[in-house]
Design a protein around this ligand. Structure first.
Ligand SMILES: [Zn+2]
Length: 229
């Protein structure tokens, strides 16, 4: 009911994640002004993302939504999603991204969505996996089911900040294991991660999956950045 949300806004005002102004009842996460200026991934960046995987892993389609630059106030969105217990923000952003992707035929032929798992220890500590919330938004718009419990993160990869590109790629070899190959075999799967930097983590998962017969992968990340956030 609208009067309830208006009242809640009055007592507990919500703030724009980027500029900090008070949100109106119709705004979510971002004020209209910041939403309009959201640094979106354009077609040049989209090609850049696809190229990350060339010669490494066969990827059917790859897309991302927000471009993160070091020091940008928009980085706060991801901070909220990952560290401040606001995973629903991820669902809302993924829903907006999915509406556009759907128009471009991105979801055609995809059988199921898989959110990249966190290590059990990390998920316990955070209380949730933000990738599940991204997957939820994509699934709601596309109607494609989310498959859970088919992939496991067996090694929690350490921070990659000071590693070279080559080191980052070898550092993530075999960090995922397939726990339910029958559910994945023969399918076109959309893998979801929160942020794409070198692409090494999501490629490692894609590698484990495409080792299964007749399996194809596409990729979606909520954000893309040249540098770690
Ligand atoms: Zn704002």
């Amino acid at each position: 009911m609208k009067w309830i949300s208006d009242l809640i806004d009055l007592i507990l005002p919500r703030y724009c994640a980027v500029c900090g102004t008070i949100l109106s009842p119709s705004e979510q996460d971002l004020c209209l002004n910041c939403l309009c200026q959201l640094p979106r991934i354009d077609s040049t960046r989209m090609q850049e993302i696809e190229k990350l995987f060339w010669g490494i892993i066969p990827v059917e389609r790859a897309a991302s939504y927000i471009y993160y630059q070091k020091g940008s106030p928009y980085n706060n969105l991801l901070h909220l999603i990952k560290y401040k217990n606001h995973p629903d923000t991820a669902t809302r952003l993924a829903t907006a991204a999915a509406q556009e992707l759907k128009e471009n035929g991105f979801f055609e032929g995809i059988d199921a969505i898989i959110a990249l798992p966190l290590s059990k220890k990390k998920e316990r500590k955070r209380g949730y996996n933000q990738c599940d919330y991204i997957a939820k938004g994509l699934s709601a718009v596309s109607g494609i089911p989310v498959l859970k419990g088919c992939v496991q993160r067996t090694i929690a990869n350490e921070t990659q900040t000071h590693k070279s590109r080559e080191e980052r790629w070898s550092n993530v070899e075999g960090i995922f294991s397939i726990t339910n190959p029958d559910a994945l075999q023969g399918k076109h799967l959309l893998l979801i991660d929160d942020v794409l930097t070198t692409g090494a983590t999501i490629a490692s998962c894609a590698k484990s999956i495409t080792a299964l017969p007749h399996t194809r992968v596409s990729l979606f990340t909520l954000a893309y950045s040249h540098s770690r956030i």
